[in-house]
Design a protein around this ligand. Structure first.
Ligand code: NAI
Ligand code: MG
Length: 494
């Protein structure tokens, strides 16, 4: 699998442009930036460096597409069929898209194929069905002195700016684009500078599916320039962001200028709790998957592992045993189970957290170091001797590093510890005790709670965060609210 397909080589060798109003164009400035393979540090392509000037063009294109009858007057059924076709084409080009993810993000090809690409297709397929089901209600009102008909309409929020990260490049594009298309919005998508490739290929796929010009515009470029311009743009009605909590706060400030609507899917530091009665083989494998999947670069990673003290050594040694056997390598090698981190910046960030953990007294049962190679590899790590106040327990590391802590009882203290975070994205519970499972599920302040499983995502299930993990939900019926306005119409009869 280390040889790329000819189709991928051809795509890589093509100039990388911006998709604006249905045309592929270089950035107004003519500037480009390098795209790096994180497994080797090699530059594999140059992407157009869009900035404010390109965002302006893209927003203008989206605004006119929003009003163009080709899109505005497309029947819900035709809109649904178009979105379904995008899902079909993602399936058709699955191998190519998975190769691009492996090359650009570093994740294993087979994982990209089974998770990122499959879930992206699912997202378009699932959302396509909603296009024909977005309707208001008739509402009886209590006003005296006449007869009234009141009803609501669900209308697209308008021009939507979407800013996505690099951890699941194609899937984050799908999570954002599919519901915005279903609701009839027009979109400017700013993809992450670390991983621009698969979204550009998705742009071609959406054109092949027959999407009218300007409905989706794709800008590659940096956050501080292109991203900031999109978040602040006065002609953008709504901004949807996935990324760091730090930048999420900047988005909120930038959006204040025209009070555009904001939804945010931000960081996490999710507790994963193993009770003493759990099926330990399942729980140990589950705890390893909760933190090591996608090299720990998941907003919902199970990065705080709370284990009943009676089984603490067995579980931490079990997770460490799995970690030691994980095969690190290029995402393009068939036997690779864990690829590199996405960038040198992320590698330094994760290593900085490891150093801080050790300085504060944590010990590594396994890992704790980076690999002495060209790519951005860090060994999967299990930390013990960690306490609640440590930075490695409080802050999002976004790497394959779990902090394990023992607990005595399933009680308020445990719940308080699990909820002791500025984040509230996800949580895991491993037990055979149905009462304890549901009690914990009720008390955990998290948008997703997984019991005897982890990382279970479905296009039909809402996903998002409590506290500083975000505003609003992705996926499911809930995401539609991000992209709709409700209008109440009242008619006086007679
Ligand atoms: P980031 O939040 O800086 O980047 C995410 C996206 O926001 C990218 O498209 C970037 O270009 C854009 N962006 C950056 N600054 C912006 C600004 N001022 N205005 C508008 N857009 C802007 O995340 P970064 O720097 O890649 O990673 C830093 C940390 O953030 C990670 O270590 C991790 O902890 C967290 N993170 C969380 C993610 C999640 O899924 N919730 C995804 C990526 C990162
Ligand atoms: Mg950043």
């Amino acid at each position: 699998m280390s040889d790329l397909s000819q189709k991928t080589i051809d795509f890589i060798n093509k100039p990388k442009q911006l998709l604006i109003n249905g045309k592929w164009e270089f950035a107004v400035s003519g500037k480009t930036f390098p795209v790096v393979n994180p497994a080797t540090g090699d530059v594999i392509a140059h992407a157009a460096e869009g900035d404010k000037a390109d965002i302006d063009k893209a927003v203008t294109a989206a605004r006119s597409a929003l009003e163009n009858p080709q899109w505005a007057a497309m029947t819900p059924s035709d809109r649904g069929k178009l979105i379904w076709r995008i899902g079909d084409l993602i399936e058709k080009y699955a191998d190519e898209l998975a190769e691009l993810e492996a090359l650009d993000n570093g994740k294993p090809f087979l994982v990209a194929r089974a998770a990122d690409v499959a879930l992206s297709a699912d997202m378009f397929h699932y959302m396509s069905g909603w296009a024909t089901k977005l309707h208001g209600m008739t509402i009886p009102i209590s006003k005296s002195g006449g007869s009234y008909l009141s009803y609501t309409r669900q209308e697209p929020v308008g021009v939507v700016g979407q800013i996505i990260p690099w951890n699941f490049p194609l899937l984050m594009a799908a999570w954002k684009l599919a519901p915005a298309l279903t609701t009839g919005c027009a979109i400017v998508l700013k993809v992450a500078e670390e991983t621009p490739l698969s979204a550009l290929r998705l742009g071609e796929i959406m054109q092949e599916a027959g999407l009218p010009d300007g409905v989706v515009n794709i800008v590659t470029g940096f956050g501080e320039t292109a991203g900031a311009a999109l978040a602040a743009h006065p002609q953008v009605d709504k901004i949807a962001f996935t990324g760091s909590t730090e930048v999420g706060k900047l988005i909120v400030q930038a959006a204040a200028g025209n009070l555009k609507k904001v939804s945010l899917e931000l960081g996490g530091k999710s507790p994963n709790i193993i009770l003493k009665d759990a099926d330990l083989d399942v729980a140990i494998a589950g705890a390893a998957n909760a933190i090591f999947f996608n090299h720990g670069q998941c907003c919902n990673a199970g990065s705080r592992l709370y284990v009943a003290h009676e089984i603490f050594d067995k579980v931490t040694e079990g997770v460490a045993g799995i970690a030691k056997n994980i095969k690190l390598g290029s995402g393009l090698e068939a036997e690779t189970e864990m690829g590199p981190l996405v960038s040198n910046t992320q590698l330094n960030r994760v290593c900085g957290y490891l150093e801080s953990g050790f300085a504060q007294g944590a010990k590594a049962v396994c890992g704790g170091v980076k690999r002495d190679v060209d790519g951005y590899f860090v060994e999967p790590t299990v930390l013990i001797n960690t306490t609640q106040e440590m930075k490695v327990v409080q802050e999002e590391i976004f790497g394959p590093v779990v902090a394990a802590m023992p607990f005595k009882e399933v009680d308020e203290t445990l719940i308080r510890q699990a909820n002791d975070s500025v984040y509230g994205l996800a949580a895991g519970v491993w037990t055979r005790d149905i009462n304890k499972a549901h009690t914990l599920a009720n008390h955990l302040k998290a948008g997703s709670v997984w019991i005897n499983c982890y990382h279970v995502f479905d296009a039909a299930l809402p996903f998002g965060g409590y506290k500083q993990s975000g505003w609003g939900r992705e996926m499911g019926a809930a995401v539609l609210e991000n992209y709709l306005e409700t209008k109440a119409v009242t008619v006086k009869i007679g």
